[in-house]
Write a protein that binds this ligand. Sequence first.
Ligand SMILES: *Cc1c(COP(=O)(O)O)cnc(C)c1O
Length: 239
Amino acid sequence: MTDRRDELAGNLARVEERITAACAAAGRGREEVTLIVVTKTYPASDVRILSELGVRHVAENRDQDAAPKAAQCSDLPLSWHFVGQLQTNKVRSVVGYADVVQSVDRARLVTALSKEAVRAEREIGCLIQVAFDAGAGGRGERGGVAPEGVEELAGLIAGSPGLRLDGLMTVAPLTGEYAGRQQAVFDRLMDLSTDLRRAHPAANMVSAGMSADLEQAVAAGATHVRVGTAVLGVRPRLG
Ligand SMILES: *Cc1c(COP(=O)(O)O)cnc(C)c1O
């Protein structure tokens, strides 16, 4: 257990250095970027260690794993982000522990989140997940709405009780015209964020960048990076 603590502390320090260097290179203050550690597939004991090491934001992508983990860690001062494709039948459970849902990508999901947030008397932060591999009106391979669909979804979230429109999120596509072009993806996300903030000035979160591409995301202007592998290690299974 102490070994694991040392390992996580070392990894966290290296990620912290990378974020600090990326901020400096971009002429941004370190405090402009928030680290979210993606703890999917790793146990609650790791989440506890991370909390002790000063991590304040964690993310999960599957409700089946996240719900028991969040329950085991409910005494910790953590914000929980949900970043996976979300089915409406899981919304009630997710609203029980998530502070922010980063993967909002369709009207039906907004309706379900609003209903459950009101029922639980909670306010849920929502990020619209943008898919740059989606055709207009379609959805991305890893979830997300096409850029053309952002404005309508934003209006819907902003008008839904129990929900707070916080901003945008993306996962760089693995296929299609943007595959391997993270910088272009993140720059486009920033343009969409600029548009969004004209109508919704408080929706200023931009969640982009993972272990392999956090530098490009910080360079583009991301406010939140979601880092899994670089902190916790290579995941034992696909998640
Ligand atoms: C797993 C995951 C991450 C973290 O990816 P790493 O490459 O392990 O840093 C970030 N965002 C989402 C949506 C994820 O599912």
